[in-house]
Every structure is written in C-alpha cells, then in structure tokens.
Design a protein around this ligand. Structure first.
Ligand code: GDP
Ligand code: MG
Length: 329
C-alpha cells in the first residue's frame, strides 16, 4: 500500500487543497477526452541534490541520469520520455540551479537549467520534504520570472515520520506561489509517481507525440557510457575533485566475440589530481572501470571491454573552448 495514503488525499491533485487552483474535477484525471493526445516538455527544476535525477530515472524506469550523494552531479540537460495511453511526457532533467557562480562550468550548468525552464510546457519544481533554503527561494524566483505554469513536487517524503508532519509544510509551500498542484512523492521508493504523472499529463497541451514510442531518451550510447564512468568516479572521490573531472568516450568499436571495445579518457584539470584518480597501484581506476562496465553491460545489453586513460587538461572547467569540446557548452 502506498505510504502516502496515510495523508488524506495526498497527491490526488485537487483533493489536497494545497495550491491547487485550476485542478480538474474528479473522474477526468490524467485522461484527455477520447481521441485527444497530449504531449509536452516537463522540466525538472530545483536546487542541487533534491532528487531530480532520481525522479527522472524512476519515471522512465531506466537509469538515464547519474545520481550521487553530491550536489551538482548532473551537468547536461537529459530528456527522459514517458509514454502513457494518449499521453507522452518528455521530462527534462537539469543541473540544479544555483546562485553566484563564477566558474565557467557552473555558469554553463545554470544556463542549461534556465533554458530548459524557458522552453518547457510545465515546470516541475522539486523540493525536499521539510526543508526550505535560500537556494529554493532562488529557484522559485527564477520560475516566477519564466511565467510558466509550475507544479510543486515534494520529494523524499520517505524520510518523514509521522506523515502528518508534512501537512503544514505542504500548506506553506502552496502559499509561496500559485502552483497548479502540490504533489508529495518519494522518488527513491517510487511512491506516488502515478499520481504525479497523471497530474502532469493534465497540464500538457493537446499535441501529437514528439518522439517515437520506443525512445526513452535523447542521449546516445556514447553519452551514457561517459556518464556512468563519471558517476562511479564521483562516488570514489572526495569533495573537490569531482568538479574537475570530465569523461570523454574516444572510441566505440566492435571487438572480438561480440564484445564492444570502448576507449575513454578521464580529464582532470590539474596534474596533482591524476594520482588521486588512478589510486595506489591503479586500484581506484580499476574499481571504477569494473563497476562502470558491470552497469553498462546491463544497461546497454552488450558486453563492454573498457579501457580508461587519465589525462590533464589544465583548468578545463574554466575554459570556454574546453567546455565546448567536452560537450558542456
Ligand atoms: P539532483 O541533484 O536533484 O539530481 O539529486 P539526485 O537525484 O542526484 O539525488 C541526490 C541524493 O538524494 C541521492 O543520494 C539520492 O539517492 C537521494 N534521493 C533522491 N530521491 C530521494 C528520495 O525520494 N528519498 C530519499 N531518502 N533520498 C532520495
Ligand atoms: Mg541531478
């Protein structure tokens, strides 16, 4: 049973009574009138670490976007496509919007998040249950500026006990903006996601599907390989280094026995980071390669032979040309 059933009406749209102006009457939920197809872009927007990428993966049912306990893991706009009867939702995962960024990479990430927001049909504002910070205010102000309809999604409710504690939080949140709905969920436990997709579907324009029904993402295999390696590496490293890491897949080729040979370079932005990434006797790099390979074998349904190189490109994260070459601009 859905944990959220403890809260009366949680996630049933108009039933929550929190910031639900414009909700549709009972009985019409999620479904367009017969013959009408709805589709559009729903941008997942929020401060770093609220669970946007976890939510994207849970919605699509496949790991498209990497997830780590560290903020600012997502660097690109990643589209994840959800097909339902008469509905196609293209979710756009974005890097977390954050304030006062001077470094090139962070500015590029903010730009990616901002343009996703300005291009979407619905803004899905993700926050963390029971928390509100200046960063959330910053993001909400940006949403207000965009003039897009916005839905508030309160994630990580699995950590709230008893669930009744959520009610005043939901009410406060609902008062901050005219959200089309406020929906509590747990992306990690896949809790209340069906109510969420139905609520989103109601907000999308009547329009034909934008992607073929078999597509799950706009990203290539090459991109997903690079991201998987970056995730495993980020999990291994301490606070400062992950920012200075980029992964570039140099070569994908058919190898022996149906294997796929992949050569990838891990770029670091200072010579001193090289030994950290490689680790004593190369152990760290080996672990990274092994876990990325295992994940990718599963994700791509092919056996990979992965060769990793570590190279230095001084200050790439501040250098416009390097950012462009690494696909980050
Ligand atoms: P993003 O920066 O907004 O994309 O956040 P991520 O998806 O990378 O998640 C950040 C951290 O929050 C990770 O450690 C996730 O496992 C964790 N997280 C995400 N969703 C939930 C949730 O519903 N419940 C809990 N307890 N943790 C979550
Ligand atoms: Mg993310």
């Amino acid at each position: 049973m859905n944990e959220l059933d403890e809260i009366e009406g949680a996630g049933t749209g108009a039933g929550t009574g929190v910031g639900t102006e414009g909700g549709t009457p009972e009985g019409e939920q999620g479904a367009a009138p017969a013959g009408e197809f709805r589709s559009g872009f729903a941008a997942l927007v929020g401060r770093p670490n609220v669970g946007k990428s976890t939510l994207l993966n849970a919605l699509v049912g496949e790991k498209l976007s990497i997830v780590t306990p560290r903020p600012q893991t997502t660097r690109h706009r990643i589209i994840g496509i959800v097909n339902m009867p008469q509905v196609q939702i293209a979710f756009v995962d974005t890097p977390g919007l954050h304030r006062g960024e001077t470094r090139g990479l962070n500015r590029a990430m903010n730009r990616a998040a901002s343009s996703a927001l300005d291009d979407c049909d619905l803004c899905v504002f993700v926050v963390e249950a029971m928390r509100w910070s200046k960063q959330d205010t910053f993001v909400l102000d940006r949403i207000k500026l965009s003039n897009r309809p916005a839905m508030a999604v309160v994630n990580k409710v699995d950590g709230v006990h008893p669930k009744g504690l959520l009610l005043p939080y939901l009410a406060e949140l609902g008062a901050r903006h005219e959200f089309v709905e406020v929906v509590p969920i747990s992306a990690l436990k896949s809790d209340n996601l069906e109510a969420l997709t139905k609520a989103i579907a109601r907000q999308l324009p009547v329009a034909p599907a934008m992607f073929p029904p078999e597509d799950k993402t706009d990203k290539s295999e090459r991109f997903r390989i690079a991201e998987s390696i970056r995730e495993k590496l980020t999990m291994e490293l301490n606070q400062e280094v992950p920012y200075g890491i980029a992964v570039e897949v140099e070569r994908i080729a058919d190898g022996e026995d149906g294997q796929v040979d992949v050569d990838a370079t891990i770029w670091v932005d200072r010579e001193g980071q090289k030994p950290i990434v490689i680790g004593p006797k190369g152990e760290r790099l080996k672990r990274v390669g092994r876990s990325a390979r295992m994940e990718l074998n599963r994700l791509l349904g092919r056996r990979l032979h992965l060769t990793l190189w570590v190279k230095v490109r001084e200050n790439w994260a501040d250098n416009a040309r390097s950012l462009k070459e690494l696909g980050l601009e």
